[in-house]
Design a protein around this ligand. Structure first.
Ligand code: NOJ
Length: 959
C-alpha cells in the first residue's frame, strides 16, 4: 500500500504528460492555418456565393449567358460562336469553340474577347500577359485532337438549339441550347453530361477598378477583387477578378471518381456538408501539405482535373484543362422521374461545380461508355504511361538520408546477406554539398563513383534528389549560370524571386522557358554532374513549388514566368515543367546512350504519366495512412497516372513491426514500390526488423519479384491503352453496383490476381468481395472461394498476403529469387494456369530489354497464352520491326521451366506426361506431369516440369 500511493501519483503525472504530449505534438496534424479554406479564397467564395444565390432563386434564376445564334458556324468538326454575358452595364463577348474529335471526345473552349485582343489595362505597372492562359495544352496534350470528319449539324428540331451528331457511328450528340447557354451531351439519345444545367457558368470578365469616393458603396462585394491577403502575403492581382466556373451535371450517376490528389475515398463525397460529407470543395492547388490529414478534400501535391462518373453499365468523364487553382463542389440529388408511377425507381444525379481562379474554360467531355474507353480516349490526349525501365518496377530502398557512400554500400551488402531483393537505393537531400544540387558532400560522399560501381555489380541503381530551388550562394556554378542566363522565376516587379527552402535563400529555375531545357540538359551530363554514372536517376521533389516562406508554402501568385504568365496562371503545371526538363536531360546523358529516363516527381498534373512516377508525399506511420494509400493509388490509376505509390512504412514517425510488415505486404501492390522515412525516424531497412517480421517482409518483397513479369505486362498495357496497372473493383466489374464504392482491394492488370492488403491493426482475416461466379483460388494453397456478389472471409495471419486468382487466367512469373530484377533477366518462366467454368484460360506476357527504346522498333516479345481443349499454346501478339530478330536472339535461351495448372480435369490423375510441340520443330517431345490431389477446400493441381519451350516462340503443350 505504501508504495501504491506514490505509484498512483506517478500514474497521474504520467497521464498528464501523455495528455499534454498529445496536445502539443504539432506534427501529427496538418497546419490548417497555412492553407486556405474556400471562404478564405476570394474566387472560391465568389463562385460558391454565385451558386447559393442561383439556388436560392430557384426557378427564378436564369444564367446570364446566351449563345448568339447569328454567330454560330459549323465547319470541319468545329462549332464556333460568341457567348454574350449580359451584366447591368455591358454585354461581354466570349468566343466559344466546341470541337468534335475523332476519338469521340468533345472539347469546349470559352475565352474572353477583350483579353484575346489585349484590350485591357493592368494595374500596378504589371507586365503580365493580358491574355487568359492558353498554353496549358503545350504541357499536357500530346495527341487526340484530330477533329471528326463525320461530325454533322443535325437538323434543327426546334429553334433555340444547335445540335451536332458525332462520335463512333454518330451515337453521340451535343445539344447546344442558346439561351441560356448550355450543352447536353447525349449517347444513344440519352443525356449523360450537362453543362450549365444549374446555370452556374461564371466567367469573371475584365473590368477597370473604379476608385469610389469614400463612403460610396460598390454594387457588388468587391472585397476580394483587387487584392487578397493571406498569411501576411498580399496578392496584387493586376488583372482583378478573372475566375471561370461551370456546373457539370451527370444525370443518373451516383458515383464520381478521380480529381486526384486527395487523401480520401475513391468514390468522391459530397462537399456541401451533411452527415458523412465534406464541407469544403475538393481543392486542386499543388502544395507541400506537411503531415496531411485523411478523409479530406484538402489539396495535396499534385492535381489531375479529370473526373469519371459511373453508374451501372455506363461511364462518362470530363477533363478540365486549367492550370490555375481549382476547386470542385459535388452535390448529389435524388429524383424520382414520376412520383405517381408505381415502381419507378428514383435516380441520383451528381452535380459538380468547377471553378478556377484564372485561365479559360477548356473542357473535354468523354461519353465512354466503359471505364476502359474513357482511359483510352483520355490517354490519347494526355499521353499514356511511360513504359518504365524494368528496374523501376522492383523494390526501391530510400530514407532521408543514407549518410555516407560507405553507408550505402553497407545497406547494399546487408540486403544481400539477408537475401532480400532490391533494385534501387536512394539519396535524399544530404548527399549534396550544402544542398547545392549537382554536387556531392565531399566528406560523406568522397567516392560517389565507387558507390555506383558497387551497386552496378548487382545491376542496382542509385536515385538522387534534385529540387528546383537553387541555393543563392556566390561561386555555386548552377546559381551563377541561372542568373547569367536569366533563367530564374521573377517576382511581380521583375526582379529575380528569392524565397526560402532547404538550402536557405534560393532562386527557382523557370522551366517554362524553352532555353532552360538545354541548360538543364547540360547540367545532367557526366562532365557537369561530376561523380554521377549511368546507373544514376533523378527524384524531383518540392516542385509544387514548395517555398517555406511563401503564401501557402508556395510562390506568390503574382510572380512572373517565361511568357509573362503570372504564377497564378500556371501553378498546377509548374511541377511537370521541371519533370519535362529532367526527362529531356535523362534521355541521352551522353551521345549515343539513349535510355528511358526514370524520374520520381512529387508534384504533377495531367500528362506527368508520360515522364515520371509519383508518390503520395509525406504520409505518416499510422494504420490510417496505410489504409488511405490504397484508394489514393487506385485513384491515380484511373486518372491516367498509374505509376504511383506511397512511402512504405510511413514517412513521419516510427511504425511498429506489425504496421511495417503489413505496409510491405500492401506496398508490393503499389505500381511504384518504395520504402522511405523522415530523417528523424529510426532506421528500418527490412533486414533490421527482428524475426519473424524480417522473413515475412522478405517474402512479401519476393512475391513482388516473382510477379514482375505480370507487372511489366500490366505496365505495357497501361503504356498503350491507358488502363490502370492496379484496378479498382468498379473498373473491372462496371456492371456490379455492389462493388462501385469498394476501394480497399485491387486487381493487378488483366492477370485475374485480386489482392486485399490488410490495413487494420490485429486483423487476421480479410473479407474479399467477389463479383462473379467464377472460382477464385488462394494464390498460395489454392483454397477455392466461389459465390458472386458477396464477401468471402480469407485467413490473413500476419505472414499472409490475402491474394486470390480468378479462374480463367494464365499468369507469367519468375520463381528464382535473385538479388535484383536485372539479375533475373535470363531466368526461365513459370506459367500458372487457373481454368474457368468452361475449362479455358487466357493470359499474356510482354517483355523487352527493359532499358532502351528498341521496343519501339520491334525489340520485344509479346505473347498471348491460351488454354483450350486441353492444349496450352503461345501465340505471337507482336509486330515485327528492325530490332525484332536481334532481341529474339538475346532471349533465345529463355524458356518456360514449369507450368502449374490449378483445378485441372479429374482425368489428369492418370496422366504422367504431356506432349510439347515447338514451332517449326519436326518432332514433339514429352515433359513429365505431376498431379496433386484436392485436399479439403484446396483444389487439385498439376505441374508440368521442364517443358522448356522458348518464351519468344510459338508452341503447344497438349495435355
Ligand atoms: C520532402 C519529401 O516529400 C520527402 O520525401 C523528402 O524526404 C524531403 N522533402 C527531404 O528531401
Amino acid at each position: 500500500m505504501a508504495r501504491s500511493r506514490p505509484a498512483s501519483r506517478w500514474t497521474l503525472l504520467f497521464s498528464l504528460v501523455v495528455l499534454l504530449g498529445c496536445m502539443v505534438i504539432p506534427g501529427w496534424t496538418v497546419k490548417h492555418e497555412n492553407f486556405k479554406t474556400c471562404a478564405q479564397s476570394g474566387f472560391c467564395r465568389r463562385n460558391r456565393d454565385f451558386a447559393d444565390n442561383a439556388s436560392a432563386k430557384g426557378e427564378a434564376w436564369s444564367s446570364p449567358y446566351e449563345l448568339d445564334p447569328a454567330t454560330v458556324h459549323f465547319k470541319d468538326g468545329h462549332l464556333t460562336g460568341v457567348l454574350i454575358k449580359t451584366t447591368a452595364n455591358e454585354k461581354v463577348l466570349l468566343p466559344l469553340t466546341v470541337s468534335f474529335l475523332e476519338s469521340g471526345a468533345a472539347r469546349v473552349v470559352v475565352d474572353e474577347e477583350k483579353r484575346l485582343k489585349g484590350d485591357i489595362e493592368l494595374r500596378h505597372d504589371s507586365k503580365a500577359n493580358k491574355k487568359r492562359y492558353d498554353e496549358a495544352e503545350k504541357w499536357v496534350i500530346v495527341g487526340g485532337l484530330e477533329v471528326s470528319k463525320s461530325a454533322t449539324l443535325n437538323a434543327q428540331a426546334e429553334t433555340g438549339f444547335t445540335q451536332v451528331l458525332y462520335g463512333p457511328g454518330d451515337k453521340f450528340q451535343a445539344v447546344i441550347r442558346h439561351a441560356p447557354f448550355g450543352v447536353d451531351f447525349q449517347r444513344d439519345g440519352q443525356t449523360h453530361v450537362q453543362l450549365n444545367h444549374q446555370g452556374l457558368l461564371n466567367l469573371e470578365h475584365w473590368r477597370p477598378k473604379v476608385d469610389r469616393p469614400e463612403g460610396e458603396e460598390a454594387g457588388e462585394d468587391e472585397s476580394t477583387w483587387w487584392e487578397e491577403t493571406f498569411g501576411g502575403n498580399t496578392d496584387s492581382k493586376p488583372r482583378g477578378p478573372e475566375s471561370v466556373g461551370l456546373d457539370i451535371t451527370f444525370p443518373g450517376y451516383d458515383h464520381v471518381f478521380g480529381i486526384p490528389e486527395h487523401a480520401d475515398s475513391l468514390s468522391l463525397k459530397e462537399t456541401r456538408g451533411g452527415s458523412g460529407n465534406h464541407k469544403e470543395p475538393y481543392r486542386m492547388y499543388n502544395s507541400d501539405v506537411f503531415e496531411y490529414e485523411l478523409n479530406s478534400p484538402m489539396t495535396l501535391y499534385g492535381a489531375i482535373p479529370f473526373m469519371q462518373a459511373h453508374r451501372k453499365s455506363s461511364t462518362v468523364g470530363v477533363f478540365w484543362l486549367n492550370a490555375a487553382e481549382t476547386w470542385v463542389d459535388i452535390v448529389k440529388s435524388t429524383t424520382s422521374p414520376n412520383p405517381l408511377s408505381l415502381g419507378a425507381s428514383s435516380k441520383t444525379n451528381t452535380q459538380t461545380h468547377w471553378f478556377s481562379e484564372a485561365g479559360r474554360i477548356d473542357l473535354f467531355v468523354f461519353l465512354g461508355p466503359s471505364p476502359k474507353e474513357i482511359s483510352k480516349t483520355y490517354g490519347e490526349l494526355t499521353g499514356y504511361t511511360q513504359l518504365p525501365q524494368h528496374f523501376a518496377i522492383g523494390y526501391h530502398q530510400c530514407r532521408w538520408n543514407y549518410v555516407t557512400d560507405e553507408d550505402v554500400k553497407e545497406v547494399d551488402a546487408k540486403f544481400d546477406k539477408y537475401q532480400i531483393p532490391y533494385d534501387v537505393i536512394w539519396l535524399d537531400l544530404e548527399y549534396t554539398d550544402d544542398r547545392k544540387y549537382f554536387t556531392w558532400e565531399p566528406l560523406t560522399f568522397p567516392n560517389p563513383t565507387g558507390m555506383q560501381e558497387k551497386l552496378d555489380e548487382s545491376e542496382r541503381k542509385l536515385v538522387v534528389l534534385i529540387d528546383p530551388h537553387i541555393k543563392k550562394e556566390e561561386g555555386y556554378f548552377v546559381q551563377e549560370e541561372l542568373n547569367k542566363k536569366n533563367f530564374a522565376v521573377r517576382n511581380k516587379d521583375g526582379d529575380v524571386y528569392e524565397g526560402w527552402c532547404w538550402p536557405g535563400a534560393s532562386n527557382w529555375v523557370d522551366c517554362f522557358n524553352p532555353a532552360v531545357i538545354s541548360w538543364w540538359n547540360s547540367l545532367h551530363k557526366y562532365d557537369r554532374f561530376k561523380g554521377s554514372l549511368s546507373n544514376l536517376f533523378i527524384w524531383n521533389d518540392m516542385n509544387e513549388p514548395s517555398v517555406f516562406n511563401g503564401p501557402e508554402t508556395t510562390m506568390p501568385k503574382d510572380n512572373m514566368h517565361y511568357g509573362d504568365w503570372e504564377h497564378r496562371d500556371i501553378h498546377n503545371v509548374n511541377g511537370i515543367t521541371l519533370v519535362n526538363a529532367t526527362y529531356q536531360a535523362l534521355l541521352e546523358r551522353k551521345k549515343g546512350e539513349v535510355r528511358r529516363p526514370f524520374i520520381l516527381t512529387r508534384s504533377y498534373y495531367a500528362g506527368a504519366q508520360r515522364m515520371a512516377a509519383m508518390w503520395t508525399g509525406d504520409n505518416q506511420a499510422t494504420w490510417g495512412h496505410l489504409a488511405a494509400s490504397l484508394p489514393m493509388v487506385l485513384n491515380n490509376g484511373i486518372s491516367g497516372f498509374p505509376f504511383a505509390g506511397a512511402d512504405v512504412g510511413g514517412f513521419f514517425h516510427n511504425p511498429d513491426k506489425d504496421l511495417l510488415t503489413r505496409w510491405y505486404q500492401a506496398g508490393i501492390w503499389y505500381p511504384f514500390f518504395r520504402a522511405h522515412a523522415h530523417i528523424d525516424t529510426r532506421r528500418r531497412e527490412p533486414y533490421l526488423i527482428s524475426e519473424p517480421h524480417r522473413t515475412i517482409i522478405s517474402q512479401a518483397i519476393r512475391l513482388r519479384y516473382q510477379l514482375l513479369p505480370a507487372w511489366y505486362t500490366a505496365f505495357h498495357e497501361a503504356s498503350v491503352n491507358g488502363i490502370p496497372i492496379v484496378r479498382p473493383q468498379y473498373y473491372v466489374y462496371p456492371d456490379d453496383e455492389e462493388g462501385f464504392a469498394i476501394d480497399d482491394q485491387l486487381y493487378l492488370g488483366a492477370t485475374g490476381l485480386l489482392a486485399k492488403p490488410v490495413v487494420a491493426e490485429n486483423a487476421n482475416t480479410a473479407d474479399i468481395y467477389i463479383s462473379d461466379d467464377e472460382k477464385y483460388y488462394d494464390y498460395f494453397d489454392f483454397t477455392v472461394y466461389q459465390g458472386a456478389g458477396k464477401r468471402h472471409t480469407v485467413p490473413a495471419p500476419q505472414e499472409k498476403v490475402p491474394l486470390l486468382i480468378q479462374g480463367g487466367h494464365i499468369i507469367p512469373r519468375k520463381d528464382r529469387p535473385r538479388r535484383s530484377s536485372g539479375l533475373m533477366r535470363w531466368d526461365p518462366y513459370t506459367l500458372v494456369v487457373t481454368l474457368d467454368k468452361n475449362g479455358e484460360a487466357d493470359g499474356s506476357l510482354y517483355v523487352d530489354d527493359g532499358e532502351t527504346f528498341n521496343y519501339e522498333r520491334g525489340g520485344y516479345i509479346h505473347r498471348r497464352f491460351h488454354f483450350r481443349e486441353s492444349v496450352l499454346s503461345s501465340e505471337d501478339l507482336g509486330a515485327k520491326g528492325p530490332k525484332t530478330a536481334e532481341y529474339l536472339k538475346t532471349m533465345d535461351g529463355v524458356t518456360v521451366e514449369r507450368v502449374v495448372i490449378v483445378d485441372p480435369p479429374k482425368e489428369w490423375r492418370e496422366k504422367s506426361s504431356v506432349t510439347v510441340v515447338e514451332d517449326g520443330a519436326k518432332t514433339s517431345s514429352a515433359a513429365p506431369l505431376e498431379y496433386y490431389k484436392q485436399q479439403g477446400k484446396k483444389a487439385s493441381y498439376a505441374v508440368v516440369k521442364k517443358p522448356n519451350v522458348g518464351i519468344g516462340k510459338t508452341w503447344r503443350i497438349e495435355f
